[in-house]
Write a protein that binds this ligand. Structure first.
Ligand code: AHR
Length: 320
């Protein structure tokens, strides 16, 4: 994938002569999924902050969870002649045509936080976590914690067709595979939102003897877990004790729940995907060297033993 050479030389030259504040301004379009979770809102904040810090003119488009809106936004960015596009893709498939248009216009596209099923030459790089690994970390924690006891699990899945929903399910299933005391008895999408997470958990509780037959809740993100926790409390049970709760993201509210003993473990996903993305873009513009196809972010496990309040305090300023 080539890039607009004239602009690149101007940017690099101006940056060398005057420092980045005086550099020719890069214009980057950002097609964001929406604001379904605390994590997503933090990613938006961090991306805007990172762009500002680097003197990038960021054109922001909120797709309200709809792929068609993302496709429209990308086409509009192409028409405006932006220098690069950040795309947080709501689902895995259906991107080929629009990404080919960006490629033909010589506009590099960087994927943020979710992956897609498309030929690799259609995007510059993807900044994401290993989402299968995240699910595996959550599952391994549960297996270790519950050990030999019988454990019926209910699962709140993320948005149907999205890479984290598919991969986090797969990773968790890998962790419990071959362990006959662990069984996923209910699994449904909660669309990564708190409201839907609560609603679906209510139906799980009703279907499973008021929750008495449930040993653990595995939620593909913290917001759904927080909704689930509320439902468990309203059903007269103790989340974190009667029903173990493990989820992914590490947003402040899950640490508050962990501090109260109502959540047990969370796998961290950094909301700062834009930092590595802009670094890769910058290096690409300077050296014309394509970055690695995958820039992987960390997936750290936190439990109640990690002093939730302290961890939460340390996260302030990360878009939360
Ligand atoms: O793609 C990352 C996921 O999207 C986050 O884990 C979830 O909170 C968000 O909606």
């Amino acid at each position: 994938m080539k890039f607009k050479t004239a602009l690149m030389s101007a940017t690099v030259f101006a940056a060398c002569m005057f420092g980045s504040a005086q550099a020719a301004e890069l214009v980057v379009g950002f097609s964001q999924i929406g604001s379904e979770s605390g994590w997503r809102a933090a990613e938006t904040t961090v991306t805007k902050e990172e762009a500002k810090k680097r003197g990038i003119d960021l054109k922001f488009a909120d797709a309200q969870q709809k792929q068609e809106n993302q496709i429209k936004a990308i086409r509009s960015f192409i028409a405006q002649g932006v220098n690069a596009i950040l795309l947080a893709p709501v689902v895995e498939t259906g991107w080929d045509a629009v990404l080919k248009e960006a490629k033909e216009a010589d506009i590099p596209v960087i994927l943020l936080d979710r992956t897609i099923k498309a030929p690799e030459d259609l995007y510059l790089t993807a900044v994401t976590s290993d989402q299968v690994h995240e699910g595996k970390v959550a599952g391994d924690w549960l297996v270790k914690t519950v050990a030999d006891k019988k454990c019926n699990i209910v699962e709140l899945q993320g948005t149907t067709g999205s890479s984290p929903a598919i991969a986090r399910k797969k990773g968790f299933e890998e962790a419990i595979a071959g362990k006959s005391n662990f069984k996923i008895v209910r699994s449904q999408t909660g669309d990564f939102t708190r409201t839907k997470g609560k609603e679906v958990m209510e139906s799980f509780l009703k279907a499973e003897n008021g929750g008495k037959d449930i040993c653990a809740l595995y939620a593909h993100n913290d917001d759904m877990a927080v909704g689930g926790i509320q439902a468990i409390k309203e059903a007269g049970l103790k989340p974190g004790k009667d029903i173990l709760v493990v989820s992914i993201d590490s947003v402040p509210d899950i640490f508050k729940a962990m501090e109260a003993g109502e959540a047990n473990a969370t796998v961290e996903l950094t909301p700062n995907m834009a930092g590595p993305a802009f670094d890769a873009l910058d290096a690409y513009l300077k050296d014309k060297k394509a970055p690695a196809k995958w820039i992987q972010t960390e997936s750290k496990l936190y439990t109640q033993a990690d002093d939730p309040k302290k961890v939460y305090e340390s996260k302030k300023g990360l878009g939360y």
